[in-house]
Ligand binder design. Structure first.
Ligand code: PSU
Ligand code: MN
Length: 303
């Protein structure tokens, strides 16, 4: 009989059994869809090390040989960093049933897997959201619905600046997802340091963040919470510069007729080239920083 179980690695399984802190990670960011080689392997190293430095266990999600996995041992990292097919939440069942060799999980599919495994905290780079021009294209990332549905706290650097950020925030409000700035009054714009869109709520410490999570739990809320952390100052890019690059990237995608799931990887690649990899450096820095915040939250929630 075919085994449709989610496979939890020994290390992650034991940590969960013993009540130790665990932080889930997606794999699209570490695949060629998210970052160019060898920066993707560096990102994987930095994010997992950041989590371990707080004595928490990283749980990378992916589909390997048709098996949904939570926790990928280092021996299998090259699989994730190689060519992969993007697996959003709606593709998870397909990737398993049709035995995809390497499926890179996005925010939405990672949240489902984390929730099933009983992991409370998930760290990523930037979430998907409402795309600019969504009023005609209809392009809204399934990340948003997954954030509302799954009982997991997501730590991110806001949403990519090539999205329609005000509409992304409106959509999260419609879905009743708490959106919290960690030490900031604005909605962070991924690799861009300064933001100009006010964020609905703010906390300044891990303890305050954990209090919000506990209060939501006490109310019996089963959905997610979105925590937004600005990119570290030293690696953040200038807004005006990024606005120009972003405009060019979107035009390029439109001209070339790129649509659907291919849009985000295409734009990320264009921006990396146009910024001579400054966007990649910022991406690594923010991903590591988010992992640090997520690990501290996972530790605090178990106190
Ligand atoms: N942010 C990045 N790199 C990425 C993504 C986000 O810096 O590769 C991925 C995440 O996996 C996110 C996904 O969940 O893009 C959203 O894709 P879409 O817009 O097609 O829903
Ligand atoms: Mn989309």
């Amino acid at each position: 009989m075919t085994d449709y179980q989610i496979r939890i690695s020994d290390e992650v399984g034991q940590a969960l059994l013993r009540g130790q802190p665990v932080v889930a990670l997606e794999s699209t960011i570490f695949s060629h869809l998210g970052l160019p080689s060898p920066s993707n392997l560096e990102a994987l190293n930095r994010c997992t090390s950041a989590i371990r430095s707080f004595n928490a266990v990283p749980a990378i999600t992916a589909v390997l040989d048709g098996v949904a996995r939570v926790g990928i041992d280092q021996a299998d990292w090259p699989l994730i960093c190689g060519p992969a097919k993007k697996v959003g939440e709606r593709e998870l069942g397909l990737a398993i049933a049709q035995r995809w060799a390497v499926g890179a999980t996005t925010v939405s599919s990672s949240l489902l897997l984390a929730a099933r495994a009983g992991i409370r905290v998930f760290s990523t780079g930037g979430i998907g959201g409402v795309h600019r021009g969504a009023e005609t294209s209809g392009d809204i990332s399934s990340d948003l619905g997954a954030l509302a549905q799954h009982h997991v706290v997501t730590v991110c650097a806001g949403a990519k600046s090539f999205l329609d950020l005000p509409r992304t925030l409106e959509y999260l409000e419609t879905l009743s997802v708490p959106v919290i700035g960690f030490g900031c009054d604005f909605f962070p714009e991924f690799t861009v340091r300064e933001g100009d869109i006010p964020i609905p709520a703010r906390v300044d410490t891990i303890e305050q963040l954990a209090d919000v999570v506990r209060a939501n739990d006490a109310l019996g809320r089963k959905g997610g919470i979105l925590t937004c952390v600005p990119v570290p100052e030293a690696d953040g890019l200038f807004k005006l510069f990024m606005d120009d690059v972003t405009e060019m990237a979107i035009k390029d995608a439109t001209t070339k007729g790129v649509t659907g799931a291919a849009v985000t990887p295409h734009i990320l690649k264009f921006i990396a080239r146009a910024t001579q990899d400054a966007s990649v450096k910022a991406n690594l820095s923010l991903a590591e920083n988010n992992a640090r915040v997520a690990a501290q939250l996972a530790v605090e929630l178990l106190r």
